[in-house]
Design a protein around this ligand. Structure first.
Ligand code: F6R
Length: 617
C-alpha cells in the first residue's frame, strides 16, 4: 500500500519527509520518491525538484546526498504498484509538463485511461504508465485556466473517479501543501509553525502527537501557520484534532495489537478496492486485463483448471463451484504441488487460473510453468504487482488487498475470492450464459459484500466469549456443504496455523463415513449453514454431533433460528447471495482463530514453522 508524507515548515524538508516515510515502510512498497519546492541551503534556487528510484528507500537515499539539508515544502511517497510495474518512471511524485507542480497519490483512478487520452489530445506528455500521472496534468491544465492552485487542485479532483489520497506541491505557491482524501487514508499532523501530512500516524509521531484524521471528501490546505479543511467544493468542515497516546510499535499496527487483527479490519476496504471500477451500471463486469481475449477465444476453453496453495487454494475451491454454476461446465481445482507432478490433463484448450497472494510461491510458479509447457493460457490472480507469477502470466487480475504482513492470510483470501467471482461472471457474460437480470443480481450481490463484512468485523466482541470457551479445547471439526465446505477448509486452516490446535474440515455428509467416531464431549464442531438449499441437511449433521455431546457452533444467516435449539453457540452473519456467503462466513472464523490464539498466548503474526512467502519447494 502506498505511503504518503508531506511537510511545510523550517526543518530540512527532504530529510523530514524521508524520515517520516521510513516509518511507513511496514506498509510494503517497491519504489520511492520525493519532491521539494523551495531553496537549496545557501542557494536561491526556487525550483521544484523530484528524485525517485525503484527499490528500497536506501536506494533513494543514496541519490539524495545533495538534497539532505534542503529547506522547503516537501512531499514523499513509497509506491505499491497497481498500474504499471515497479520502475523508476512509475514511482511518485509525478511532474506536470512545465515541472512546476508535483503530486503523489495513494489509491486507484478508475477513469485514468479516458483522462489520459483527453490530456494527450491537449498536448500533455506522459512519462509513466501510472493512473496517478493524469492528476498532475489535470491540475496543471486547471492552473493555466484559473491561476490559482487551490482552485486547480479542486477542479482536478472533480474530474477523477476512484479512490485517492493525494498531496500536491508547486513552485506557484512553494509554502503551501494541498491534500485531499477519499477512500485512502490521510492524516494531518499539527506542529508549531510547521505542519505535516502522512498516510498513517506512525510517520508523524516523532514530530507531533496532535493529529487530525481527514474523512472521505475532505480537502486540506497546509502552510506553516496552520491547516484548513473543507469539502472538495469548498464548504468549511471541522475535524477535531486529538492527541495520540500510542507507542510507535502500536501505531504501526494502526493501534491494533497484531497485524492479523488490523488486516481482518481492513477487509471491507480491500474488498471495495478489488471491486472498484469493475461493475458497470448494467451489472456487467469490467476486466480490461482480459481485453486481448475475444469472446470466441474465451468460449473455446473447454477446460478450466485452477491451481494454488494453502489459503489461495481454498479461494480456488470456492471458485470451482462458482465457475461450474455460472458456466455449466467442469472446472478443476488442484493444489499446485500435486498439479506440477501430477501429469495434469491440460492443453491448449485449457484456461489455467493461478491464484497467489505473493506471486512467488515456488509450487504455484512451477505449476504455472508446467501448464504453460502443456500449452494452456494462464490468467493469474495476484496481490503483488510485478511478482514472478504476474510476469509469467498471459493476463493478471490484481487483488487490491494491499500488503499482507501477518503470515496467516485474511484480506488476501477474501480479495482472491472476490476477483475469482469477477472472472466467473466475466466469462459467463461473454458466453451469454446469464440474463441481464441475473447479471444485475450478481453485481448487486457483490457490491453488498464490503458492508456485510464490515458488519461482521464490527461485532468482533461477540466472538470473544466463544473464543474464551474454546481456548482450552484440543480437537476441532469444521463442517459444511457446497460453498460452506469451501469455507470450512479455510476456517480450519486459520485455527491450525496460529493457535496450533488440531482442526479438520469435512464435507458435512462425510462425517458419518468415519470421523463421527471421534466426536465426544469436548470436541468442538463448527457447522456452517449459510446455504438455504442445504440447511435441513446441515441441521441433521448438527444434531448428530450434538447427540454425541460435541460442542456445536453454528454459523447461520441473520434471521435463521432453526439451529438455535441444537447448537451450543450460534454466530449470525448478514444474509447475502448464498454463492457469495464464503466471503462473509470466513470472517467470524478469522476472528475466532485470532482470539483463540491470543487466549493461548501464541505468536500470532509469525506462527512457528511458517513463512509468508514460500519460495522453496
Ligand atoms: C495461510 C497462507 C498460506 C498461503 C500459501 C500460498 O494463511 O497464507 O497457506 O495461502 O502459502 O501463498 P501465496 O498466496 O502467496 O501463493
Amino acid at each position: 500500500m502506498c505511503g504518503i508524507t508531506g511537510y511545510v515548515g523550517a526543518r530540512p524538508g527532504v530529510r523530514t519527509v524521508i524520515d517520516m516515510l521510513r516509518r511507513l515502510e511496514y506498509r510494503g512498497y517497491d519504489s520511492a520518491g520525493v519532491a521539494v519546492a523551495g531553496l537549496a541551503a545557501g542557494s536561491d534556487r526556487g525550483d521544484l525538484e523530484i528524485v525517485k528510484a525503484a527499490g528500497k528507500l536506501a536506494v533513494l537515499e543514496g541519490q539524495l546526498q545533495d538534497h539532505w539539508e534542503m529547506q522547503g515544502t516537501a512531499i514523499a511517497h513509497t509506491r505499491w504498484a497497481t498500474h504499471g510495474g515497479p520502475t523508476t518512471p512509475n514511482a511518485h511524485p509525478h511532474y506536470s509538463c512545465d515541472k512546476r507542480i508535483a503530486l503523489i497519490h495513494n489509491g486507484i483512478i478508475e477513469n485514468f485511461q479516458e483522462l489520459k487520452e483527453q490530456l494527450g489530445a491537449a498536448g500533455h506528455a506522459f512519462t509513466s504508465d501510472t493512473d496517478t500521472e493524469v492528476m498532475v496534468h489535470l491540475v496543471e491544465e486547471a492552473y493555466k485556466a484559473t491561476g490559482c492552485m487551490e482552485t486547480a487542485v479542486r477542479k482536478a479532483l472533480c474530474q477523477v473517479r476512484g479512490a485517492y489520497s493525494i498531496a500536491v506541491v508547486s513552485t506557484h505557491e512553494p509554502d503551501t501543501l494541498y491534500a485531499a482524501k477519499t477512500a485512502s487514508p490521510l492524516i494531518l499532523g499539527l506542529g508549531n509553525d510547521e505542519n505535516f501530512l502522512a498516510s498513517d500516524i506512525p510517520a508523524l509521531m516523532r514530530y507531533t502527537k496532535r493529529v487530525l484524521v481527514l474523512e472521505d471528501g475532505d480537502f486540506a490546505v497546509l502552510n506553516r501557520q496552520g491547516v484548513r479543511v473543507s469539502t472538495r467544493d469548498g464548504e468549511p468542515v471541522m475535524r477535531e484534532p486529538f492527541l495520540v497516546t500510542w507507542d510507535e510499535q502500536t501505531a504501526e499496527r494502526g493501534g491494533y495489537p497484531h497485524f492479523m487483527l488490523k488486516e481482518i479490519h481492513e477487509q471491507p476496504r480491500a474488498l471495495a478496492d478489488t471491486l472498484r471500477g469493475r461493475i458497470r451500471e448494467d451489472g456487467r463486469v469490467v476486466l480490461p486485463e482480459l481485453e486481448a481475449f475475444t469472446a470466441a477465444r474465451l468460449a473455446a476453453f473447454t477446460r478450466i483448471s485452477i491451481v494454488a496453495c494453502g489459503t489461495a487454494y481454498h479461494a480456488g475451491v470456492v471458485a470451482k463451484k462458482f465457475f461450474e454454476s455460472v458456466l455449466r461446465r467442469p472446472a478443476e481445482v488442484t493444489v499446485a504441488s500435486e498439479f506440477r507432478y501430477g501429469d495434469p490433463l491440460v492443453g491448449p484448450d485449457t484456461l489455467c487460473v493461478v491464484v497467489s497472494q505473493s506471486g512467488e510461491t515456488a509450487d504455484t510458479l512451477a505449476a504455472l510453468r508446467e501448464a504453460r509447457r502443456l500449452g494452456a493460457t494462464i490468467v493469474s490472480m495476484v496481490n503483488v504487482v510485478g511478482s514472478s507469477i504476474a510476469r509469467e502470466s498471459d493476463a493478471v487480475i490484481y487483488t487490491q488487498a494491499g500488503p499482507e504482513i501477518c503470515v496467516a492470510s485474511t484480506k488476501a483470501y477474501v480479495t482472491q475470492v472476490m476477483a475469482l467471482y469477477l472472472l466467473g461472471l466475466h466469462l459467463a457474460a461473454s458466453e451469454q450464459r446469464l440474463s441481464a437480470d441475473e447479471l444485475r443480481a450478481y453485481a448487486q450481490g457483490l457490491t453488498a459484500l464490503p458492508d456485510a463484512v464490515e458488519a461482521v468485523v464490527a461485532q468482533a466482541l461477540s466472538v470473544e466469549d466463544l473464543a474464551a470457551r474454546l481456548a482450552d479445547k484440543s480437537t476441532f471439526f469444521y463442517l459444511g456443504r457446497g460453498y460452506d465446505y469451501a469455507v470450512s477448509l479455510e476456517a480450519a486452516l486459520k485455527l491450525k496455523e496460529i493457535s496450533y490446535l488440531h482442526a479438520e474440515a469435512y464435507a458435512a455428509g462425510e462425517m458419518k463415513h468415519g470421523p463421527l467416531a471421534l466426536v465426544e464431549k469436548g470436541v468442538v464442531v463448527v457447522c456452517f449453514a449459510t446455504q438455504p438449499a442445504l440447511f435441513e441437511k446441515m441441521l441433521s449433521n448438527l444434531r448428530e454431533v450434538s447427540a454425541r455431546d460435541g460442542l456445536v457452533v453454528a454459523v447461520v444467516p441473520e434471521g435463521e433460528r432453526r439451529a438455535d435449539a441444537a447448537a451450543d453457540y450460534v454466530l449470525r452473519i448478514p444474509a447475502v447471495l448464498p454463492c457469495f456467503a464464503p466471503i462473509v462466513a470466513v470472517v467470524p472464523m478469522q476472528l475466532l482463530a485470532y482470539l483463540v490464539a491470543r487466549a493461548r498466548g501464541c505468536e500470532i503474526d509469525q506462527p512457528r514453522n511458517l513463512a509468508k512467502s514460500v519460495t522453496v519447494e
